[in-house]
Design a protein around this ligand. Structure first.
Ligand code: GLU
Length: 306
């Protein structure tokens, strides 16, 4: 292998769902993924995760892009919209089907709850009821992928070694819902590969989605990126902050520079106080050259903004 082959350029990405404006928690994930991609001379891509059209808020993607520009977080390449990529997801499911890894499932939510051995991190663990049925018993069915009864392991940049037995802790999971919507897990795995993403940095709420994505990447024969999950900002009531809490640049008084400064502070980067007075572009340059993952405190926590 030639030397040029073994030195891989970092390709990171930010992949917001356009269900509202950016909030402080998503700003933190954006800043961390931007700094980690750029500090090694890599590219930072923007993907809009707008598959779940019923949840998409009209105009939100444009607002998010405008907010990112205001923060000086500028993406390389054209924006990828998942809603335009159905054919690619369909083809990936077809490949998995050809090797016997998928099956149609017509179980209702209620049936799954009643038959699940126990509840997992994300609800009922599907016990594989339809795995061996030849035909779906109903005209409305989702497509599931079989999961292996062994540990899927990865080393998270912050949380260290993580392992999950998909069969026991998650169950066979959907690739396409009965209403035709492709699953988040499928779309993310396919798109990260298609865009050459080799560094995934995102919120800790997705830590336990990672083994599902690794399983899909492995079954499709694709390379596995590195994964780093960023601790969550909690609201005063202890919940993950969401769109209804702090929409940056909307309900908050702070300037983009102050918010960037606070995001770096949350990430443990100890930005110098006078950085607050600088333009966002200057703060982002400082952040990229000083970013140190070792300084991030892993615990989710409340971070007062007002
Ligand atoms: N679209 C997802 C979200 O907004 C993030 C997807 C990802 O980073 O893998 O929560």
């Amino acid at each position: 292998m030639s030397l040029t082959h073994s030195i891989q350029k970092t390709i990171g990405r930010f992949a917001p769902s356009p269900t509202g404006h950016l909030h402080f928690g998503s700003l933190i994930a954006a800043v961390a993924s931007y700094c980690m991609a750029k500090q090694s001379g890599g590219e930072w891509l923007l993907r809009i995760d707008d598959l779940d059209q019923p949840r998409v808020v009209a105009g939100a993607a444009d607002i998010i892009m405008h907010q990112l520009e205001t923060f000086g977080l500028l993406w390389d390449r054209s924006v990828v919209y998942q809603s335009e990529r159905s054919e690619i997801y369909r083809a990936a499911i077809e490949r998995l089907k050809q090797v016997g890894l998928t099956y149609p499932c017509s179980c209702s939510r209620r049936e799954i709850l009643a038959s699940a051995p126990h509840l997992g991190e994300e609800g009922a663990i599907y016990p594989g009821t339809c795995r061996h049925k030849i035909q779906p018993t109903n005209s409305s069915y989702c497509t599931r992928i079989t999961t292996p009864d062994n540990e899927i392991l990865f080393n998270d940049g912050i949380y260290g070694p993580i392992s999950q037995n998909l069969a026991r802790e998650v169950g066979d999971f959907p690739l396409q819902r009965a209403d035709g919507i492709f699953s988040y897990q499928l779309a993310v795995a396919v798109d990260d590969h298609a865009c050459g993403v080799n560094q995934v940095v995102r919120g800790r709420d997705l830590l336990f989605s990672t083994p599902r994505q690794i399983h899909l990447l492995q079954q499709l024969g694709y390379a596995i990126p590195t994964y780093t999950h960023i601790p969550l900002v909690l609201s005063l009531d202890g919940e993950k902050i969401s769109k209804r809490h702090h929409q940056v640049g909307d309900s908050l008084e702070q300037s983009p520079s102050t918010l960037l400064y606070l995001a770096l502070d949350f990430l443990g980067q100890h930005p110098p106080k006078d950085l607050c007075a600088e333009q966002p572009a200057t703060i982002v340059v400082w952040a990229c050259s000083h970013f140190n993952l070792q300084h991030v405190t892993p615990a989710d926590r409340v971070f007062p903004l007002k």
